[in-house]
Ligand binder design. Structure first.
Ligand SMILES: Cc1cc2nc3c(=O)[nH]c(=O)nc-3n(C[C@H](O)[C@H](O)[C@H](O)COP(=O)(O)O)c2cc1C
Length: 160
């Protein structure tokens, strides 16, 4: 059996629900990208978006397991302002992606997920990752349970 890790960032739990469904289906390790506090507070999305416009990435905790041992990584995050949420890019910066097989997914409320996915793919490819499957999960008006099931359903295709 392949060893896989599902790595995600989630601010309000929707991407987390999708990631949980994927990890359960694949019996994969589940790892959350966590923001570091700044002046004793988790930065707001507004602060992170401003920072990102200045070309800076947010600080995240980097106590991740060694992904070098995984055959595949499934990486996902929410769409923010028609792009991928910056904490996901902070994570991308910390890993050696050379030759690594990566499936990517994003969540969106209504629109912009395809742009987020495209940007994430581009950044990972530049770092030598080999991109597998891709998916946008709309989350508006969907329960966490439904999102978990959508994640599970997509993960079946990753086993092929
Ligand atoms: C700062 C910010 C920007 C967002 N921008 C978009 C967007 O451009 N398009 C969209 O469809 N949803 C957008 N959303 C909604 C989230 O992508 C969506 O609700 C997502 O599923 C939330 O995931 P989470 O619960 O894992 O944080 C935005 C949310 C935030 C907080």
């Amino acid at each position: 059996m392949k060893s896989r890790a599902v790595v995600f960032f989630s601010r309000s739990g929707r991407t987390k629900a999708v990631a949980e469904g994927i990890a359960r289906e694949l019996e994969a390790h589940l790892e959350e990208i966590r923001l570091k506090k700044v002046k004793n507070r988790i930065p707001t999305p507004g602060m992170l978006m401003k920072q990102s416009k200045r070309g800076e990435l947010p600080a995240i905790h980097d106590d991740f397991p060694d992904l070098g041992k995984c055959d595949e990584v499934i990486l996902g995050g929410p769409t923010w302002g028609f792009s991928i949420a910056p904490p996901v890019l902070s994570f991308v910066e910390r890993v050696n992606w050379s030759g690594k097989k990566v499936h990517i997914f994003v969540t969106e409320a209504i629109f912009g997920g395809q742009f987020a996915l495209r940007y994430l793919r581009k950044v990972l490819e530049k770092k030598g990752a080999q991109i597998g499957k891709e998916k946008v999960f709309p989350t508006l008006l969907r329960s966490l349970k439904a999102l978990q099931l959508h994640g599970r359903e997509w993960a079946k295709a990753l086993k092929e």
